[in-house]
Design a protein around this ligand. Sequence first.
Ligand code: HEC
Ligand code: HEC
Length: 208
Amino acid sequence: MAAERGRPGASPRPACLSKPFLKIVATGALLCGAALPSHSGSLQERLAPCLACHGESGRSETPEVPSLGGQPPSFLLIQLYVFRERQRIAEPMNELTKDLTDDDLRSFSDELAKLPAPVAAGPADPARMAMGAALSARHRCGFCHSPDFSGQNQIPRIAVQREDYLVKALREYSTQERRGYDPSMVEIARQLSEADILDLAYYLANWR
Ligand code: HEC
Ligand code: HEC
């Protein structure tokens, strides 16, 4: 590569392989994209405020703010889209997504999906876990959300989600305040009593 530097008539190089750049890159083994303070760097910067609320480690420590760790990328993408299009109304997400491009939505979702899934900590009450398991079996939650509740495609992970957020989400489906991109959850949540919602949220938040 060194021999090629500055050779007259060499085929045009991308701007990032200009001479000063080559001097900076000592080994010459780095690729443009990897070496430039571009995409991934600024993506991290743009996601920093998101993770301040949602939790850098994938687990949210903020009341009623969902953990994003382990969510399927297609689920994240659809939710960011419906926030932007105001088909799901939730402050502050409508405001935060309104100027994002489709490419932004995609790169944000792909990056957030790499966060590790939260793991349950601490003991859980076996009696309440049994009630939640029975409700989940009756309403076939695991049929769509997958048997370990880790989600699939556009269907979210609900295992070890924050309990307060699970309660909020299920209440909002039951009142149709949140409609979802398809009607499944509204139909299911309408059949749940307030006590069912509390038991299911406890069970899923403590899932292991
Ligand atoms: C000030 C806190 C805050 C910030 C900052 C924030 N969010 Fe959110 N986010 C929320 C809340 C609250 C909800 C849940 C709204 C609801 O109750 O429906 C949410 C929901 C979401 C969801 C849907 C998750 C699910 O399980 O339904 C995604 C995806 C998301 N946010 C991504 C982002 C991204 C990307 C950013 C940065 C551009 C961001 N958030 C910044 C508070 C925040
Ligand atoms: C027929 C398939 C199906 C079944 C059965 C189902 N879900 Fe869902 N669930 C979905 C889909 C699809 C979504 C995403 C909808 C949207 O866009 O809001 C969802 C979303 C959710 C959310 C919101 C999570 C988040 O991060 O925002 C919760 C909580 C939830 N489901 C809990 C349950 C529980 C509890 C049961 C059983 C009582 C259940 N689901 C049964 C398909 C299903």
